[in-house]
Write a protein that binds this ligand. Structure first.
Ligand code: DAT
Ligand code: MG
Length: 138
């Protein structure tokens, strides 16, 4: 099994709530290696690229607004099957039903907003990971 890389983002809700350390700790405790990290204020152009698959959906504008509402932390995590592994650690998109034990299941809930606020992003495939890592670490 070859090593993979994935892009993890701690979203503005995670940074605001002081959960950067918690997310890093879970990734490291699981045994993945964090090989790059930066904090940034993502502007519209970077977010349009990152979320291009969602362009045109009803939550696209609220998503961009939310993701630019405060600093985010971008990191690259590496390890065998880390893409699937981190998605499992994150839990499903909707934090209301994300499994307890997952990041979203433990740390997030429905806030009644137009876009789901769920603490973290994780790439969903090798192709997405390579595309997304280039956007944040060029
Ligand atoms: P994920 O982040 O689990 O990969 P996604 O790529 O489908 O989910 O969507 C990106 C983000 O957009 C997601 O983390 C939260 C928000 N979102 C997705 N579907 C939504 C919906 N139906 N209503 C509101 N926000 C949504
Ligand atoms: Mg996604």
């Amino acid at each position: 099994m070859s090593k993979e890389r994935t892009l993890v983002l701690v979203k503005p809700d995670g940074v605001r709530r002081g959960l950067v350390g918690e997310v890093i700790s879970r990734i490291e405790t699981k045994g993945y290696e964090i090989t790059a990290m930066r904090m940034l204020n993502a502007d519209r152009s970077i977010l349009e690229k990152h979320y291009e698959e969602h362009n045109g959906k009803p939550f696209f504008e609220p998503l961009l607004e939310f993701m630019s509402s405060g600093p985010i932390v971008a990191m690259v995590a590496e390890g065998e099957r880390v893409i699937e592994g981190f998605r499992t650690m994150a839990g499903v998109t909707d934090p209301t039903v994300a499994a307890p034990g997952s990041i979203r299941g433990d740390l997030a809930r429905d806030q009644g907003t137009k876009v789901v606020q769920n603490i973290v992003h994780g790439s969903d495939s090798v192709a997405s990971a390579e595309r997304e890592i280039k956007i944040f670490f060029s």
